[in-house]
Write a protein of this length. Sequence first.
Length: 314
Amino acid sequence: MPVAWDEFRLVQAIAERGALAPAASHLGINPSTAFRRLAAVEAELGARLFERHRSGYVATPAGEAMAAAAARMEEEVARFDREVADRAHTPSGLLRVTAAATLVTDLLMPMLGRFRARYPKVQIELVTSEEALNLSRRDADVALRATHDPPPNLVGRRLTTIAWAIYGLARQEGDGGVDSGEADWVSPSEAVAGGLFARFVAARAGPERIALRLNTVQGLCEAIVEGVGIGPLPCYRGDRLAALRRLSGPEPELAGSLWLLTHPDLRHAARVRAFMDHVAGEVGPLRPALEGRQGEDPSSRASARREAVPGTQS
């Protein structure tokens, strides 16, 4: 029968300490138990492992070999423990992230490059979706969502407010007809955000003034830049486009909360925790723009709006 690992540890402890009593104390057993186990191992191997002297126990060549084997096994166990601990605490593996298209292009994508540079062992699968994926079914690990009511079965953190305002072409004269109802409008359809944006636009323009309806938020900005009509945009997007100007202050009824969410079972996973901490840290400096405060001072807005849209005049 193979010698048990505990017997290797016993022989190693006796060889290192030169006596039964301190070896037994180190292993948490009685000296009499250590004596019986050593005798049983020697009988099983058919070889003496120690010479007994008045000064203590001296390992024989067989005892030295067994003690050395125990030291190698101990080091292998320690190395395995270190590897497991390192894997548990070092972010690695596949991370599935979902976000709406507008959040991906305008906000999330620049953050992903810096995240990957910091955590190269994490592979990201980005799922662009306007619908809330089921994190309980692992459709995604982390969701970046603009919502007032995050699902109660998810956990996470509220990052900031996303402010919205009405925008039109910068080259238009006057106030763009926001109050007079003379301007054409671009509007998300009833299918977007439970009809929030559609109701907002309908309260300010008759049906005949709505030139374009979209079933996603994606494309709103491009439509306004192309002169299809005026319409609501998130301030962090509209304020940085030289082709556009604000026609209103931030509209409180359109403001949303930006949430970073995950399933409770995943919140302590190293890759999930690292990603959520990273995104939260990146959002912090962007809060003035996201909350619509960057466009309140015309001089600060002029310095911030440097992005030109291809095919438009600025």
